[in-house]
Design a binder for this molecule. Structure first.
Ligand code: NAD
Length: 475
C-alpha cells in the first residue's frame, strides 16, 4: 500500500521519508513521504486557487458534499480503523479506533447540517442591518497523535463547510490514517480544496508563518501552542488553539464509589489516558477515599493491556517512546514521593511501549504526577477534607480544559462545577463531548471553541451590512 501527500488533487511521493513506528511492536510500518517548503508552497497555492470557486459553491451544495465526505469515511471504516490501531496503538474495539472512525462520521454529518446564518440585527423604517458570515481563505490544520483521524475531522469539516480550503499536516507519529482519509475525500472534492502535507515540527512552523494561510487550527501541547501564537503574529492569522489539559474531578462524600467507579475509570483511561480532556487528577473526599480506591482497583482488573489488534484488548500501548519515558518518569517520581501503587507502576516487558493501567493513592498537590499533565495510563487519587479547598486545588492548575463534580445532589454539584475554571464542566460524568456542544479551553488550555454553531463561527469572519433605506422600503 502507498501513502502519498495530496496536493491539488494529485498524489505526491518524495525521495525524503521518515519512519512511522507501530508502538505495539516498535517496527517500522511505513517510510512516509516528507514534505519540503516547495510542497507546502504548492499546497498553499492550490488551496488559494481552489478557494475562489469553493467559497462560491451554493451553501446547500457544500452541505451535501460534506455529507458525502461522511459517507466515504463510513464505507472505509474498518480499513481506516486498522490503520489507526497500527500507527496510534489504541485498541480496534471498545472506545478505540472503530469508535474513533464512527465518531468522525457522526461529527462530519453534524457539521454538514449546520447553517451559515445571516442575522438581522435591526430592521427599522430607516435602516436594515444584517450580519453575514464569510469564509476566511486557506485554513492550516496541525494535528496531534492521540486521535489522528477524529481531530483531523474536527478541523477539516467546519473549515470546508464554511467555504474555506484546507492544508493539513498530521503528526509525524501518526500520518497514515490522515493521508488515506484525505485521498478518499479527494475523490469527492474539487482539486486543491483539501491538501495534505507531512512532516515534523519544522513543517508545522513553516505553516504558521506562511503568508498564504489565513487561519491556523491547532490541537496539541501548550508549549507548541504558545510558539504558534507568536509565529502567527507577523501575518496576523486567526487562531484556534486546543491545548493540553490537567482535568480535575472532585468526588463528594455522598457518592457511592461502586456506582461511579466505571464512569470515573473510563474517563481517566480513555485512549490509555492520552486524551486531552481525560480525567487526570481525582480528588476524593476522605470519608469515601478507601472505598473509592477499592472500587477503582476492581474496575481496572476487568481490562487487558496489549496489542490493539488482539481480541479482548481494550487498552493499547503508549503512542511513542518519548511519551512512554515521560510516563515512566512520572511513576518513578510518584513512588519516591510516597505514592501507594494500587495497580501497575512499572513498564511491561517489550517490545512495544506498554505501561499497565496504574492507580496511585496517597499523592497530593506538589507531586509531578498531580501537577503535570501525565497523558498516559496513570491516575493520581488525592484525598481531601474540605470541599472549598478541593475546588481551589482543582483550580490551582495552569490548565483549564475540563473539570467535573460528582454527587447525588446534582444542584450542589452544578454550583460547585461552575466554580471550576475550565471550558467545559461536567456533573457525574467527565470527558463526554458531542458535536452540538462547544468545546475549548481557558488559561493554558488555549482559546476558541470547536463544535456546534459557535465552532463553525471560528472558520468565518463577520461582515456587517448596513443598509440605509432611501425609499423607506426594505432592502
Ligand atoms: P505537539 O504540540 O508536540 O504536536 C502537535 C502537532 O504540532 C504535530 O503535528 C507537530 O508536528 C506540530 N508541531 C510541533 N511543533 C510545532 C511548531 N513549533 N509549530 C507548528 N507545529 C508544530 O503535541 P502532541 O504531543 O502531538 O499532542 C499531545 C498534546 O496535545 C497534549 O498536551 C494534549 O493534551 C494535547 N491535546 C489537546 C487537545 C484539545 O482538544 N485540547 C486534544 C488532543 C491533544
Amino acid at each position: 500500500m502507498n501513502f502519498n501527500m495530496i496536493i491539488n488533487g494529485e498524489p505526491v511521493a518524495t525521495a525524503n521519508t521518515f519512519p512511522v513506528i507501530n508502538p505495539a511492536t516498535e517496527e517500522i510500518i511505513y517510510n512516509c513521504p516528507a514534505a519540503s517548503q516547495e510542497h507546502l508552497d504548492a499546497a498553499v497555492t492550490a488551496a488559494n486557487a481552489a478557494f475562489i470557486s469553493w467559497s462560491q459553491v451554493p451553501d446547500s451544495d457544500r452541505q451535501r458534499i460534506v455529507h458525502e465526505l461522511a459517507d466515504v469515511i463510513e464505507s472505509n471504516m474498518e480499513f481506516l480503523a486498522r490503520l489507526i490501531t497500527l500507527e496510534q496503538g489504541k485498541a480496534l474495539q471498545g472506545m478505540g479506533s472503530m469508535f474513533e472512525v464512527g465518531g468522525s462520521v457522526a461529527w462530519t454529518h453534524a457539521t454538514a447540517s449546520l447553517e451559515i446564518l445571516v442575522e438581522v440585527i435591526e430592521e427599522s423604517e430607516k435602516h436594515r442591518i444584517e450580519l453575514h458570515r464569510r469564509p476566511l481563505g486557506v485554513v492550516g490544520s496541525i494535528t496531534p497523535w492521540n486521535f489522528p483521524l477524529m481531530i483531523a475531522v474536527w478541523h477539516i469539516m467546519p473549515a470546508l463547510r464554511a467555504g474555506n480550503t484546507v492544508v493539513i499536516k498530521p503528526s509525524a507519529f501518526t500520518p497514515l490514517s490522515t493521508l488515506k482519509m484525505i485521498e478518499l475525500m479527494n475523490g469527492i472534492l474539487p482539486p486543491g480544496v483539501l491538501n495534505v502535507i507531512t512532516g515534523e515540527a519544522d513543517m508545522g512552523r513553516a505553516m504558521t508563518i506562511h503568508p498564504g494561510i489565513s487561519k491556523i487550527v491547532f490541537t496539541g501541547s501548550t508549549s507548541t501552542g504558545k510558539e504558534i501564537m507568536s509565529n502567527a503574529a507577523p501575518t496576523l492569522k486567526r487562531l484556534t488553539l486546543e491545548l493540553g489539559g490537567n482535568d480535575a474531578a472532585v468526588i463528594l462524600p455522598d457518592v457511592n464509589p461502586k456506582d461511579v467507579a466505571e464512569g470515573i475509570f473510563q474517563a481517566a483511561f480513555v485512549n490509555s489516558g492520552q486524551t486531552c480532556a481525560a480525567l487526570k487528577r481525582l480528588y476524593v473526599h476522605e470519608d469515601i477515599y478507601e472505598s473509592m480506591c477499592t472500587a477503582l482497583v476492581e474496575e481496572s482488573s476487568k481490562f487487558k493491556v496489549g496489542n490493539g489488534l488482539d481480541d479482548g484488548v481494550l487498552y493499547g500501548p503508549i503512542q511513542n517512546k518519548a511519551q512512554f519515558e515521560r510516563v515512566c518518569d512520572l511513576a518513578l517520581d510518584a513512588k519516591l514521593a510516597g505514592g501507594r501503587f494500587l495497580t501497575g507502576g512499572t513498564p511491561m516487558s517489550g517490545p512495544g511501549y506498554f505501561f499497565p493501567l496504574t492507580l496511585v493513592a496517597d499523592v497530593s498537590d506538589g507531586v509531578r504526577l498531580v501537577d503535570e499533565e501525565q497523558f498516559g495510563p496513570i491516575l493520581p487519587i488525592i484525598a481531601y477534607t474540605d470541599i472549598d479547598d478541593a475546588i481551589a486545588r482543582a483550580n490551582s492548575s495552569a490548565n483549564g480544559l475540563g473539570g467535573s463534580v460528582w454527587s447525588a445532589d446534582e444542584k450542589l454539584a452544578k454550583e460547585l462545577a461552575c466554580k471550576l475554571e475550565c471550558g467545559t464542566v461536567w456533573v457525574n460524568t467527565h470527558a463526554q463531548i458531542q458535536p452540538n456542544m462547544p468545546f475549548g479551553g481557558v488559561k493554558d488550555s488555549g482559546f476558541g471553541v470547536e463544535f456546534g454553531q459557535q465552532g463553525l463561527d471560528e472558520y468565518l469572519s463577520f461582515q456587517s451590512v448596513f443598509i440605509n433605506k432611501l425609499s423607506g422600503d426594505s432592502a
